[in-house]
Ligand binder design. Sequence first.
Ligand SMILES: [Zn+2]
Length: 309
Amino acid sequence: MRFRFHSFLVAKIVSLFLVMLFMSNCSGPSGTPCELEFEYTITNVDDGFGLNEAQVQLNVEKALSLWSEAIDSLHVRNSADAPITIQFVYDYRQALTNRAIQLEENLDSRRMRIDRMREDLRVAEQRLRSRVSEHEELINRISSRVSALNAFIDERNRAGGLNPGEVSRVESEREVISRLRNQEEQMRERLQQMVATNQRMLDELNREISFSNDLADRFNEEIGPGRYFAGGNFERRGRQGTISIYHFVDERELGLVLAHEIGHALGLGHVENTRSVMYEKVGGQLIAPELRLTAEDTKAIREIAGCGP
Ligand SMILES: [Zn+2]
Protein backbone atom coordinates (compact mmCIF):
# COMPACT_ATOMS: atom_id res chain seq x y z
CA MET A 1 0.00 0.00 0.00
CA ARG A 2 1.66 3.21 -1.19
CA PHE A 3 0.44 6.77 -1.38
CA ARG A 4 2.09 9.11 -3.80
CA PHE A 5 -0.21 12.10 -3.78
CA HIS A 6 2.65 14.53 -3.21
CA SER A 7 6.07 14.70 -4.63
CA PHE A 8 8.89 14.88 -2.12
CA LEU A 9 9.29 18.61 -2.63
CA VAL A 10 5.61 19.43 -2.38
CA ALA A 11 5.31 17.37 0.75
CA LYS A 12 8.24 19.21 2.33
CA ILE A 13 6.74 22.57 1.50
CA VAL A 14 3.35 21.53 2.84
CA SER A 15 4.91 20.26 5.99
CA LEU A 16 6.96 23.43 6.51
CA PHE A 17 3.91 25.52 5.88
CA LEU A 18 1.96 23.53 8.43
CA VAL A 19 4.65 23.83 11.04
CA MET A 20 4.63 27.57 10.58
CA LEU A 21 0.84 27.61 10.76
CA PHE A 22 0.95 25.57 13.91
CA MET A 23 3.55 27.78 15.54
CA SER A 24 1.82 31.05 14.65
CA ASN A 25 -1.51 29.90 15.97
CA CYS A 26 -0.42 28.15 19.10
CA SER A 27 2.04 30.66 20.39
CA GLY A 28 -0.62 33.33 20.29
CA PRO A 29 -2.61 34.65 23.24
CA SER A 30 -5.18 32.44 24.92
CA GLY A 31 -8.44 32.06 23.04
CA THR A 32 -6.75 31.94 19.62
CA PRO A 33 -7.47 28.96 17.35
CA CYS A 34 -5.60 25.85 18.32
CA GLU A 35 -4.39 23.52 15.63
CA LEU A 36 -2.28 20.47 15.12
CA GLU A 37 -0.87 18.80 12.08
CA PHE A 38 -0.69 15.14 11.34
CA GLU A 39 1.19 13.98 8.30
CA TYR A 40 1.18 10.30 7.74
CA THR A 41 1.57 7.49 5.29
CA ILE A 42 0.31 3.96 5.42
CA THR A 43 3.27 1.86 4.44
CA ASN A 44 2.13 -1.68 4.89
CA VAL A 45 -1.01 -3.67 5.68
CA ASP A 46 -0.36 -7.37 5.86
CA ASP A 47 -2.93 -9.55 4.12
CA GLY A 48 -3.62 -11.47 7.34
CA PHE A 49 -5.86 -8.65 8.58
CA GLY A 50 -8.31 -9.08 5.73
CA LEU A 51 -8.61 -5.31 5.23
CA ASN A 52 -8.24 -3.55 1.93
CA GLU A 53 -6.53 -0.20 1.41
CA ALA A 54 -9.77 1.78 1.41
CA GLN A 55 -10.97 0.22 4.66
CA VAL A 56 -7.71 1.02 6.43
CA GLN A 57 -7.76 4.56 5.09
CA LEU A 58 -11.32 5.02 6.31
CA ASN A 59 -10.46 3.77 9.79
CA VAL A 60 -7.45 6.07 10.05
CA GLU A 61 -9.57 9.02 8.94
CA LYS A 62 -12.25 8.18 11.49
CA ALA A 63 -9.68 8.02 14.28
CA LEU A 64 -8.24 11.36 13.14
CA SER A 65 -11.65 13.05 12.99
CA LEU A 66 -12.22 12.04 16.62
CA TRP A 67 -9.18 14.10 17.69
CA SER A 68 -9.84 16.92 15.24
CA GLU A 69 -13.25 17.57 16.84
CA ALA A 70 -11.57 18.42 20.15
CA ILE A 71 -9.47 21.26 18.71
CA ASP A 72 -10.09 23.98 16.18
CA SER A 73 -8.48 22.08 13.38
CA LEU A 74 -6.26 19.14 12.72
CA HIS A 75 -4.38 19.51 9.47
CA VAL A 76 -4.08 16.08 8.02
CA ARG A 77 -1.86 15.24 5.09
CA ASN A 78 -1.40 11.86 3.59
CA SER A 79 1.91 11.73 1.75
CA ALA A 80 4.49 9.12 0.90
CA ASP A 81 7.38 10.74 2.79
CA ALA A 82 5.35 11.80 5.84
CA PRO A 83 7.09 11.66 9.24
CA ILE A 84 4.50 9.32 10.72
CA THR A 85 4.17 5.91 9.14
CA ILE A 86 1.32 3.56 9.92
CA GLN A 87 1.80 -0.13 9.38
CA PHE A 88 -0.32 -3.19 10.07
CA VAL A 89 1.99 -5.98 11.14
CA TYR A 90 0.49 -9.42 11.03
CA ASP A 91 2.15 -11.84 13.44
CA TYR A 92 1.17 -14.40 16.08
CA ARG A 93 -0.90 -11.75 17.86
CA GLN A 94 -3.48 -11.24 15.13
CA ALA A 95 -3.26 -14.93 14.27
CA LEU A 96 -4.17 -15.66 17.87
CA THR A 97 -6.87 -12.99 17.80
CA ASN A 98 -8.38 -14.44 14.64
CA ARG A 99 -8.33 -17.86 16.24
CA ALA A 100 -9.94 -16.46 19.36
CA ILE A 101 -12.63 -14.73 17.32
CA GLN A 102 -13.42 -18.00 15.60
CA LEU A 103 -13.33 -19.62 18.99
CA GLU A 104 -15.84 -17.18 20.43
CA GLU A 105 -18.11 -17.84 17.48
CA ASN A 106 -17.65 -21.54 18.12
CA LEU A 107 -18.30 -21.34 21.83
CA ASP A 108 -22.06 -21.20 21.35
CA SER A 109 -22.16 -24.27 19.13
CA ARG A 110 -19.82 -25.98 21.58
CA ARG A 111 -22.19 -25.18 24.41
CA MET A 112 -25.04 -26.64 22.38
CA ARG A 113 -22.95 -29.73 21.70
CA ILE A 114 -22.26 -30.06 25.43
CA ASP A 115 -25.99 -29.81 26.15
CA ARG A 116 -26.70 -32.54 23.59
CA MET A 117 -23.97 -34.74 25.05
CA ARG A 118 -25.41 -34.22 28.54
CA GLU A 119 -28.88 -35.25 27.32
CA ASP A 120 -27.50 -38.34 25.53
CA LEU A 121 -25.65 -39.30 28.67
CA ARG A 122 -28.76 -38.82 30.81
CA VAL A 123 -30.80 -41.10 28.50
CA ALA A 124 -28.01 -43.68 28.43
CA GLU A 125 -27.82 -43.67 32.23
CA GLN A 126 -31.58 -44.14 32.52
CA ARG A 127 -31.39 -47.09 30.14
CA LEU A 128 -28.49 -48.53 32.09
CA ARG A 129 -30.39 -48.21 35.38
CA SER A 130 -33.42 -50.04 34.01
CA ARG A 131 -31.17 -52.78 32.56
CA VAL A 132 -29.41 -53.11 35.90
CA SER A 133 -32.73 -53.72 37.65
CA GLU A 134 -33.75 -56.26 34.95
CA HIS A 135 -30.44 -58.01 35.57
CA GLU A 136 -31.01 -58.05 39.32
CA GLU A 137 -34.49 -59.48 38.81
CA LEU A 138 -33.04 -62.24 36.65
CA ILE A 139 -30.42 -63.09 39.27
CA ASN A 140 -33.13 -63.28 41.92
CA ARG A 141 -35.28 -65.49 39.69
CA ILE A 142 -32.34 -67.86 39.10
CA SER A 143 -31.41 -68.05 42.76
CA SER A 144 -34.99 -68.72 43.88
CA ARG A 145 -35.32 -71.49 41.24
CA VAL A 146 -31.98 -72.98 42.41
CA SER A 147 -33.12 -72.87 46.08
CA ALA A 148 -36.46 -74.41 45.23
CA LEU A 149 -34.80 -77.16 43.20
CA ASN A 150 -32.25 -77.90 45.96
CA ALA A 151 -34.98 -77.95 48.61
CA PHE A 152 -36.99 -80.38 46.46
CA ILE A 153 -33.96 -82.70 45.93
CA ASP A 154 -33.07 -82.62 49.68
CA GLU A 155 -36.61 -83.36 50.60
CA ARG A 156 -36.82 -86.27 48.10
CA ASN A 157 -33.46 -87.67 49.26
CA ARG A 158 -34.61 -87.62 52.88
CA ALA A 159 -37.71 -89.53 51.75
CA GLY A 160 -35.62 -92.27 50.08
CA GLY A 161 -34.66 -90.80 46.70
CA LEU A 162 -36.20 -89.52 43.48
CA ASN A 163 -38.38 -91.61 41.26
CA PRO A 164 -37.67 -91.59 37.48
CA GLY A 165 -40.37 -89.00 36.80
CA GLU A 166 -38.87 -86.66 39.42
CA VAL A 167 -35.37 -87.19 38.02
CA SER A 168 -36.50 -86.05 34.58
CA ARG A 169 -38.30 -83.03 36.14
CA VAL A 170 -35.09 -82.14 38.01
CA GLU A 171 -33.12 -82.49 34.77
CA SER A 172 -35.44 -80.21 32.80
CA GLU A 173 -35.43 -77.64 35.65
CA ARG A 174 -31.61 -77.74 35.59
CA GLU A 175 -31.72 -77.02 31.86
CA VAL A 176 -34.04 -74.07 32.44
CA ILE A 177 -31.69 -72.75 35.13
CA SER A 178 -28.69 -73.20 32.85
CA ARG A 179 -30.42 -71.26 30.05
CA LEU A 180 -31.27 -68.50 32.51
CA ARG A 181 -27.63 -68.43 33.63
CA ASN A 182 -26.47 -68.03 30.02
CA GLN A 183 -28.99 -65.24 29.59
CA GLU A 184 -27.73 -63.61 32.77
CA GLU A 185 -24.13 -63.84 31.59
CA GLN A 186 -24.95 -62.19 28.27
CA MET A 187 -26.89 -59.51 30.07
CA ARG A 188 -23.94 -58.86 32.39
CA GLU A 189 -21.61 -58.48 29.39
CA ARG A 190 -23.99 -56.03 27.74
CA LEU A 191 -24.21 -54.10 30.99
CA GLN A 192 -20.43 -53.89 31.22
CA GLN A 193 -20.34 -52.58 27.65
CA MET A 194 -23.00 -50.01 28.49
CA VAL A 195 -21.08 -48.89 31.57
CA ALA A 196 -17.91 -48.54 29.48
CA THR A 197 -19.80 -46.59 26.77
CA ASN A 198 -21.34 -44.27 29.34
CA GLN A 199 -17.92 -43.73 30.90
CA ARG A 200 -16.52 -42.80 27.49
CA MET A 201 -19.41 -40.38 26.94
CA LEU A 202 -18.79 -38.84 30.35
CA ASP A 203 -15.04 -38.55 29.67
CA GLU A 204 -15.74 -36.94 26.30
CA LEU A 205 -18.23 -34.56 27.87
CA ASN A 206 -15.70 -33.56 30.54
CA ARG A 207 -12.99 -33.09 27.94
CA GLU A 208 -15.35 -30.95 25.86
CA ILE A 209 -16.29 -28.84 28.90
CA SER A 210 -12.71 -28.34 29.99
CA PHE A 211 -11.59 -27.55 26.42
CA SER A 212 -14.37 -24.97 26.08
CA ASN A 213 -13.49 -23.48 29.47
CA ASP A 214 -9.80 -23.21 28.55
CA LEU A 215 -10.68 -21.54 25.28
CA ALA A 216 -13.05 -19.14 27.02
CA ASP A 217 -10.36 -18.31 29.62
CA ARG A 218 -7.76 -17.75 26.95
CA PHE A 219 -10.14 -15.58 24.98
CA ASN A 220 -10.89 -13.43 28.03
CA GLU A 221 -7.24 -13.18 28.97
CA GLU A 222 -5.87 -12.30 25.57
CA ILE A 223 -8.72 -10.70 23.69
CA GLY A 224 -11.28 -9.69 26.31
CA PRO A 225 -11.38 -6.37 28.15
CA GLY A 226 -8.70 -5.21 30.57
CA ARG A 227 -5.65 -5.74 28.36
CA TYR A 228 -2.98 -3.13 27.99
CA PHE A 229 -2.79 -1.51 24.57
CA ALA A 230 -0.83 -4.38 23.11
CA GLY A 231 -2.84 -4.17 19.90
CA GLY A 232 -0.78 -1.23 18.77
CA ASN A 233 2.39 0.66 19.44
CA PHE A 234 3.82 4.08 18.69
CA GLU A 235 7.54 4.51 18.45
CA ARG A 236 9.04 7.97 18.08
CA ARG A 237 12.43 8.70 16.52
CA GLY A 238 12.91 12.44 16.62
CA ARG A 239 10.34 14.04 14.35
CA GLN A 240 9.60 10.69 12.81
CA GLY A 241 7.43 8.02 14.28
CA THR A 242 5.88 4.67 13.49
CA ILE A 243 2.44 3.47 14.46
CA SER A 244 2.28 -0.30 14.33
CA ILE A 245 -1.01 -2.12 14.57
CA TYR A 246 -0.72 -5.74 15.68
CA HIS A 247 -4.17 -6.99 16.48
CA PHE A 248 -7.82 -6.09 17.05
CA VAL A 249 -11.01 -8.04 17.55
CA ASP A 250 -13.23 -6.01 15.25
CA GLU A 251 -13.41 -2.68 13.46
CA ARG A 252 -14.59 -0.90 16.62
CA GLU A 253 -11.51 -2.04 18.49
CA LEU A 254 -9.33 -1.15 15.53
CA GLY A 255 -10.83 2.36 15.71
CA LEU A 256 -9.91 2.56 19.38
CA VAL A 257 -6.38 1.22 18.89
CA LEU A 258 -5.78 3.63 16.00
CA ALA A 259 -7.18 6.60 17.96
CA HIS A 260 -4.99 5.67 20.95
CA GLU A 261 -1.77 5.29 18.95
CA ILE A 262 -2.50 8.38 16.85
CA GLY A 263 -3.03 10.17 20.19
CA HIS A 264 0.52 9.15 21.16
CA ALA A 265 1.79 10.26 17.75
CA LEU A 266 0.14 13.66 18.33
CA GLY A 267 2.10 13.88 21.58
CA LEU A 268 -0.41 12.66 24.14
CA GLY A 269 0.48 10.45 27.08
CA HIS A 270 -1.87 8.23 29.06
CA VAL A 271 -4.70 9.72 31.13
CA GLU A 272 -6.33 8.34 34.26
CA ASN A 273 -10.00 7.83 33.34
CA THR A 274 -10.69 4.17 32.45
CA ARG A 275 -13.21 5.37 29.83
CA SER A 276 -10.67 7.54 28.05
CA VAL A 277 -9.22 6.68 24.67
CA MET A 278 -5.83 7.48 26.19
CA TYR A 279 -6.30 5.19 29.21
CA GLU A 280 -3.55 2.58 29.26
CA LYS A 281 -5.93 -0.39 29.04
CA VAL A 282 -8.53 -1.49 26.53
CA GLY A 283 -12.05 -2.29 27.66
CA GLY A 284 -13.73 0.59 29.47
CA GLN A 285 -13.83 3.03 26.57
CA LEU A 286 -17.03 4.49 25.15
CA ILE A 287 -17.05 2.70 21.83
CA ALA A 288 -20.77 2.26 21.08
CA PRO A 289 -22.43 3.44 18.96
CA GLU A 290 -19.36 5.52 18.08
CA LEU A 291 -16.02 5.93 19.78
CA ARG A 292 -16.01 9.06 21.96
CA LEU A 293 -13.37 11.07 23.76
CA THR A 294 -13.71 11.79 27.48
CA ALA A 295 -13.11 15.19 29.09
CA GLU A 296 -9.59 13.95 30.01
CA ASP A 297 -8.82 13.09 26.38
CA THR A 298 -10.11 16.46 25.22
CA LYS A 299 -8.12 18.30 27.89
CA ALA A 300 -4.96 16.42 26.92
CA ILE A 301 -5.22 17.15 23.17
CA ARG A 302 -6.13 20.79 23.83
CA GLU A 303 -3.04 21.18 26.00
CA ILE A 304 -0.87 19.69 23.26
CA ALA A 305 -2.42 21.99 20.68
CA GLY A 306 -1.87 24.97 22.98
CA CYS A 307 -5.56 25.85 23.07
CA GLY A 308 -6.59 28.67 25.32
CA PRO A 309 -8.98 28.17 28.22
ZN1 LIG B 1 -0.60 3.88 25.13
